[in-house]
Design a protein around this ligand. Sequence first.
Ligand SMILES: Nc1ncnc2c1ncn2[C@@H]1O[C@H](COP(=O)(O)OP(=O)(O)OP(=O)(O)O)[C@@H](O)[C@H]1O
Ligand SMILES: NC(=O)c1ccc[n+]([C@@H]2O[C@H](COP(=O)(O)O)[C@@H](O)[C@H]2O)c1
Ligand SMILES: [Zn+2]
Length: 275
Amino acid sequence: MEQNEGRTPVVLLACGSFNPITNMHLRMFELARDYLHETGNYKVVKGIISPVGDGYKKKGLIEAQHRVAMATLAVEGSDWVEVDPWESEQTEWVETAKVLRHHHEELLTVGQHKDEVDRAKVVKKRKRNTSQRDTSMQQIRCSSRDVPQLKLLCGADVLESFGVPNLWKQEDIAEIVGEFGVVCVTRAGSDAESFVYQSDLLWEHRRHIHIVKEWITNEISATKIRRALRRGQSVRYLVPRPVGEYIQSHALYSPQSEEKNASVVLAPLQRYTKD
Ligand SMILES: Nc1ncnc2c1ncn2[C@@H]1O[C@H](COP(=O)(O)OP(=O)(O)OP(=O)(O)O)[C@@H](O)[C@H]1O
Ligand SMILES: NC(=O)c1ccc[n+]([C@@H]2O[C@H](COP(=O)(O)O)[C@@H](O)[C@H]2O)c1
Ligand SMILES: [Zn+2]
């Protein structure tokens, strides 16, 4: 039997600032894929990095154009992770649930297109050999079932941020964990398991929340990378080499860039505190 037969195809979507992208962001995809494959139930077919738009207004967030360019350089060596600029191109900040919906629709469209292509092939084939009809119709049905599941990939700090007042809408959390599912990588300073235990909503959907333990712990964070860069320290071996070169050539992180949005309220807090 083919090893992947019967496994559910999955696409992993990571949302975040990627300011800048680090080796740990890339590790997160590898860890999640290994974990899902080891369950024996899933086949990860694609990873998507979706840098947040400038409208997110996070302190120190440099222009999306640069963050997308760095992420694109970072995935050059990967044959399954890609960068999607859609979210970063939106003028206003987009809720993560909406980003998931957008990518889900894209997957359905691709699936539909695949079905149409398959159908056209079948019609052609049928003209050649009518006796093959039943087998071919079966193939069409299989391909529509092949539309991958989309799951949010994040670190434990993002899962824990579900508990921050006015940061996430409850219905968005319910949709993310209930309808899509989350793959969450452990991170120093966060306790994903106990956070799920303490939340009735997350507990209810615990089967859709995959917590992936990173045994080879390291505390790379984009905040620390920016700090090192401001101080003129090397970030080599912490970010992919072409990313380091891009940062250097565009002189990206400085005390001034860290002051961006310093007096602005983060977009989700602005949006939900108003309501
Ligand atoms: N060291 C890490 N371990 C686990 N998850 C991580 C790690 N670094 C980043 N992530 C995850 O990657 C995603 C994107 O993160 P983000 O762009 O905020 O990076 P960051 O390092 O947390 O940056 P910042 O310090 O600016 O918040 C988030 O889901 C975050 O939890
Ligand atoms: N309500 C929401 O949908 C919501 C709230 C806060 C952060 N987020 C997202 O989570 C990610 C967090 O990124 P940072 O950890 O860099 O802040 C971003 O992609 C952001 O858009 C979503
Ligand atoms: Zn972060």
